[in-house]
Design a protein around this ligand. Structure first.
Ligand code: NAD
Length: 404
């Protein structure tokens, strides 16, 4: 029986536990829960197998200190800024550690975690880069590696957020850089990881621009949907939006760090987030890439267009649409099939990798710590670039991490 600790009893941890309840029942139980919200801890206890001595804590570091030698694995899924202080003791205890993306939020913390991981190689790390585990991006990578479009020259990727997902970044803890790191880091480290995977190299330099254009203050709207005269017609009304956070049963997912934030006006809220951003990248192998993200779009999806020396690939993950066009000939559609787990089937695949780690399998983790940090560097650089209006050199950043 594997003993699990959970740090952050929110939406994300439950996604992993859901598949473990369904597919690995009887092999694991929760032995410790860390979350400042007692309601969240209670809901987790009610919905999962727990050990007889399962303990509650208000924070990850307190849990790891008290539970030394009593855990096999930990899932770290608290708000981003809090990850590092839980990762460091987890590595020191050689735990199997599932760290939600973005693993860390600064270059200094990336160096601290990287250096600690070198001291404790027995600790197994999996980063929650679930898109890496999707059939869509795995098939895309297979087509690139097959050489069908020749050598990749450039990649144009985009991510669009529908009203529900947009409200995550204008209403809850994610709206604050002091908890999320930055919008590009919190929302798009996934996408930068996919670009790294497809380019097959590390980023050399980054530039970025960002603006808040759509979600600016509106005098005609109230601060809360419940007080607002547009509450029945606004696309972003908390009263009419799909209840994104309620999949385990209640409003526990409203973080106690920012109480009652769920009906904040997306226009008038005190957010740090831009609502559209573009990032330009050049890789050390000279592949160029652009990444665009925009809030307030008709649907949530990600698109991609890749130009090679001998053809093109395009795709839309929301439509399971992937197509290849050689220099001579027409678009050829590729069928993408996956189960109905979240993130286009990626959730069940990544959870299965976590289960294999817990079972003691010796496997090369796809989303390892190196991968996790490589995706964070361009996000940190993009934020710096757009604030300073400068091109940022990433090769210099890696010098902070010996052996990286
Ligand atoms: N891989 C993915 O696709 C994916 C998807 C969503 C979220 N995430 C990541 O997962 C993490 C959690 O996101 P979420 O959607 O579950 O958020 P959430 O708001 O649903 O849950 C966060 C939980 O952390 C708790 N918390 C706050 N302070 C804490 C502390 N000091 N110690 C422990 N817990 C604390 C909150 O009370 C809340 O229950 C974030 O890092 C996020 O970026 C990843």
């Amino acid at each position: 029986m594997k003993r699990l600790g959970i740090i952050g009893c929110g939406l994300r941890s439950d996604s992993y536990l859901y598949y473990m309840r369904e597919n690995w029942a009887g092999n694991w139980a929760l032995a410790a829960l860390a979350d400042p919200n007692p309601v969240a801890r209670r809901i987790y206890r009610e919905n999962n197998p727990v050990t007889e001595d399962c303990r509650d804590f208000e924070s990850g570091p307190a849990m790891l200190e008290a539970m030394q030698g009593k855990l096999d694995a930990v899932i770290i899924a608290s708000p981003n800024m809090l990850h590092t202080e839980s990762i460091l003791p987890a590595l020191k205890q050689n735990l199997i550690t599932l760290i939600e993306k973005p693993a860390v939020t600064s270059l200094a913390d990336a160096a601290r975690v990287w250096n600690q991981a070198q001291l404790y190689p027995a600790a197994k790390i999996l980063i929650g880069f679930v898109l890496r585990y999707t059939a869509f991006y795995r098939q895309l990578k297979t087509v690139i590696d097959s050489g069908r479009i020749g050598k990749v020259l450039s990649i144009a990727a985009a991510e669009y957020l529908d009203p529900t997902l947009t409200s995550n970044y204008t209403r809850n803890w994610r709206r604050f850089d002091r908890l999320a790191g930055s919008f590009i880091l919190e929302k798009c480290s996934h996408d930068l990881d996919i670009l790294n995977m497809l380019a097959g190299d590390s980023v050399k330099s980054v530039s970025s621009f960002a603006e808040r254009t759509l979600f600016r203050p509106r005098e005609d709207a109230a601060m809360r949907c419940s007080d607002c005269r547009f509450r029945n017609e606004c696309l972003y009304s908390a009263e009419t939006l799909e209840p994104y956070y309620l999949n385990v049963g209640s409003k526990v997912y409203l973080t106690p760090l920012i109480p009652f934030n769920n009906d904040l006006c997306v226009f008038n809220s005190d957010k740090d987030t831009p609502d559209h951003q573009v990032v330009n990248l050049i890789y050390n192998n000279n592949i160029t890439a652009t990444f665009t993200v925009a809030m307030g779009q008709p649907r949530t999806t990600r698109t991609i267009h890749i130009c090679g020396t001998d053809g093109q690939i395009c795709g839309d993950i929301g439509d399971d649409y992937l197509a290849v066009r050689p220099m001579k000939g027409n678009w050829e559609r590729i069928t993408v099939e996956h189960d109905d787990s979240p993130h286009h089937g990626g959730d069940s695949v990544i959870t299965n990798e976590f289960i294999q780690l817990l079972s003691g399998a010796e496997l090369k983790v796809d989303a390892d710590l190196h991968t996790g940090i490589e995706a964070i560097l361009p996000a940190i650089a993009a934020e710096e670039s757009r604030r300073k209006n400068q091109i940022i050199d990433l090769n210099a950043m890696r010098l902070f991490m010996p052996g990286f």
